[in-house]
Design a protein around this ligand. Structure first.
Ligand SMILES: *Cc1c(COP(=O)(O)O)cnc(C)c1O
Length: 402
């Protein structure tokens, strides 16, 4: 369905996610991983239950990091046995909610977290499984956002685990393996391989000190995808062979191997469609004002987490001369700009603008509370067929203690 047709039918602005494209992304990913690997979908990238449901049907497990993400997975019908609970600062309430719901596999980031988990499990008369998330000793080259190998709030330093493995024990927690997440959005195959190689060598060295078994090795992710600009996911043609060799070398006992991905699976299924409200000149510059801004997309840009966005005008505008413009949103702050000094066919009020490849970290990475505009409609399509149309809302409700 064209952007214009979507707006006519469902209003503007809106996100559209075409789930018919997700199967190909999933097949590409699994085809590039060693046979028998498990893929966990990282709900952080897009917590829409219809996407989670679809990915689970394709064979993914699910990785969640909050009560809200867990609930989204449960609403999507994912059985708790297919869920891994993650996150560096899990509260008692969060752990209770998860154990109560039936989640039995947790990634823990410290000895204190493991004990807190054990305490909650004991109160529920349960024993739960844990992966120890490990922060590596070195930062793999090209690993993108530094989440490992430097001081970090994520994971246990390998040195800490080696120094006192006994502190990672609790009678209600069975340590089943290790979890790494050493890099993100790595388009280069050699760099990605280096990340997984680093994790495997470290896992091999830690195996003997581990207060438990190494039946599960969660190697994390790092698979790249385009964000808010045209393009397609990278391919890693040599990855499967190279990873299989690395596993043969470092993990001859053959643990269950998992990988995690958010963006590789969902980035390309989503687009954001908005409408030009006004076009005006100010002191020699052209401003294109949209009904959508950093409250719906790119809120993390201010945190320098996303590159400048390049919205693509979806109107065929051959008759219009290109103009250099600043594309801004409806918020009352000069920070609400998707792009500055970009060249577009001269936009007019009423034109429909489309931003491609925002199925991951779109709405969920945005400032939806700021300025209290309504969140955009989210349309889930299967090709041209709308399957599910909804709108998130922020609702203020009375606190039960008041
Ligand atoms: C964010 C995150 C992911 C997903 O990252 P993508 O870049 O979307 O694939 C996977 N695992 C962990 C632990 C994460 O924090």
């Amino acid at each position: 369905m064209s952007a214009r047709q979507l707006v006519e039918r469902f209003g503007s602005p809106l996100y559209a996610y075409d789930i018919s494209t997700i199967g190909a992304a999933h097949a590409d990913l699994t085809g590039q991983l060693p046979a028998g690997s498990r893929v966990l979908y990282s709900v952080k990238a897009n917590p829409h239950p219809e996407l989670i449901r679809h990915l689970h049907r394709l064979g993914c497990g699910v990785e969640v990091s909050s009560t809200g993400e867990l609930d989204a997975a449960l609403v999507a019908g994912v059985p708790t046995g297919d869920i891994v609970h993650n996150g560096p600062a899990k509260s008692r309430a969060e752990l209770e909610h998860a154990v109560n719901a039936g989640v039995r596999l947790f990634s823990v980031d410290s000895a204190a977290q493991l004990r807190a988990l054990g305490h909650v499990a004991a109160q529920h008369d349960q024993t739960v499984d844990a992966l120890l998330r490990v922060n590596g000793d070195s930062h793999p080259a090209g690993a993108g956002l530094a989440m490992t190998g430097t001081s970090s709030q994520f994971g246990v330093d390998a040195a800490v685990l080696r120094a006192d493995p006994g502190s990672f024990r609790h009678p209600h927690v069975t340590v089943r393996g290790l979890h790494f997440y050493l890099g993100t959005n790595i388009a280069d195959e050699a760099a990605l391989l280096d990340v997984f190689g680093t994790a495997m060598r470290l896992a091999e060295r830690l195996r003997e000190v581990l207060p438990g078994s190494l039946d599960i090795l969660d190697l994390g992710g790092g698979f790249a995808a385009p964000y808010a600009r045209a393009g397609s996911r990278p391919r890693y043609p040599g990855l499967r062979r190279a990873l299989t060799d690395l596993l043969d070398r470092h993990m001859p006992h053959r643990p269950a191997v998992c990988f995690e991905s958010g963006r590789y699976l969902t980035a390309e299924c989503g687009r954001l469609v908005a409408t030009v409200q006004d076009v005006k000149e100010s002191k020699g510059r052209t401003f294109v004002l949209l009904d959508s801004g950093i409250n719906h997309l790119g809120g993390m840009a201010g945190l320098r987490r996303v590159p400048p966005l390049m919205p693509e005008l979806s109107v065929t505008a051959d008759d219009r001369t290109p103009v250099t413009c600043d594309v801004v949103g409806p918020l009352c702050t000069p920070l609400d700009a998707w792009s500055r000094r970009v060249e577009l066919p001269r936009p007019r009020a009423g034109d429909v603008v489309e931003v491609p490849n925002v199925g991951a970290y779109g709405l969920t990475g945005s400032l939806i509370g700021f300025l209290s505009h309504e969140p955009p409609v989210e349309v889930v399509l299967d090709g041209d067929r709308p399957l599910h149309v909804s709108r998130l809302s922020l609702v203020r409700s009375a606190h039960k203690e008041v």
